[in-house]
Design a protein around this ligand. Sequence first.
Ligand code: ATP
Ligand code: MG
Ligand code: MG
Ligand code: MG
Length: 467
Amino acid sequence: PHFTVAQIRQTFLDFFAKRGHTVVASSSLVPANDPTLMFTNSGMVQFKDVFLGTDQRPYKRATSVQTSLRAGGKHNDLENVGYTARHHTFFEMLGNWSFGDYFKKESIQWGWELLTKVFQLPPEKLLATVYFEDDEAYDIWTKIIGLPPERVIRIGDNKGGRYKSDNFWMMADTGPCGPSSEIFYDHGPHIAGGPPGSPDEDGDRFIEIWNHVFMQFDMQEDGSVKPLPAPCVDTGMGLERIAAILQGVHSNYEIDLFAALIQAAARETHTSDLHNPSLKVIADHIRATAFLVADGVIPSNEGRGYVQRRIIRRAIRHGYKLGQKTPFFHKLVPDLVAQMGEAYPKLREQQQRITETLKAEEERFFETLANGMEILDEALSGNRQQLAGDIAFKLHDTYGFPLDLTQDVCRERHVSVDADGFEAAMNRQKEQARAAGKFKMERALEYTGAATAFTGYHSIQEQATVL
Ligand code: ATP
Ligand code: MG
Ligand code: MG
Ligand code: MG
């Protein structure tokens, strides 16, 4: 059956509500009082203290649709956007939780029931992974669910770092964590990619749709683990990924909601090829940046605000690539509100503020973007393999190009960026600024000191540094 995004949200929540789960609203993208985390990257974040036992709730089972952001921090998918069919920076995560109540068996059984009975996915297209030592989960999949053993894959702890997957989920470097079991959907042999645990697992044929984490530990700063007060369940399913399957498309970017945003991006950038990857980036980034503004994050030069700025500027640069020379990005806000305003009224309420914030950032960046791109194009002309750190730094310092934006451009042209050189240039400048600050202070003292009169700047250059 075909499900719209709105129907999937509701069906998921209803399914778990019927099984004794309290429906909890999505929390903000900015985690409350948690310095270990830049952004809410999954549904469990608002329950972190419940897992740790330092917060109590009136329920032992919960379900939610959580807005999540994976840009900056431990889970970072910024570099995947525009390149894979399945990654966004901002996405919605469907989840169900047990706080010391049910454990692996119920979690896996309900997951299977929802996918195969309610959503009616063909069981033969589903695979599961388990943590390599987790015989209990392995047995549930093979004996209770009846999945053939060749479709239940044990995934190592990845100590050797051979492949990407490790089936041990951690919210951040510290905090709740545990072994996991993931459900994958096979989109078919016409798409490149291997099954989980194989060398080409990064392809988009076998797409992970639902992670069931069996939370049992609290990771400490020194890498040791403490057991949680009680074993818990934490699951997360990407709304856009399950929507793609239920709408009979391969990529997240082809689902109803994204098709509309990509149309809007095409309209504002006058692009006729709807498959142009820059449109995906713009469609993804309008969601991330609008929700960030709605949750109080405005562009700035540090912390969360700098991630916000980086995402906006990346989107603008992709628009520029498509020929835009003036602000266009904020014009997608009404389209976003049309798609998501009903589920997230804060978008409607803050539509004007969101639009103005994005527009101001656009106007600012368009002042330097063209000149910066000229310098970058010039530097990349010829047969270069690597962009010098000095140039990347100059682009950053004078033209407002975040390093990742420069890297994004270079990657399109198969050129790497000397990130160490960038860092060194940055440190040199900081050093100079410190010296200049000292100089300024000495001069200030000269002003106040009666004995020595200010004699003026010694050179234009010196003056420039002081100012
Ligand atoms: P992947 O291996 O595909 O990057 P993940 O293992 O990093 O996914 P989890 O941390 O297990 O993802 O998150 C739970 C679920 O959230 C995933 O199974 C997937 O359905 C969804 N998800 C994760 N990252 C993204 C993303 N960047 N964009 C859209 N959905 C995502
Ligand atoms: Mg990931
Ligand atoms: Mg994964
Ligand atoms: Mg996972």
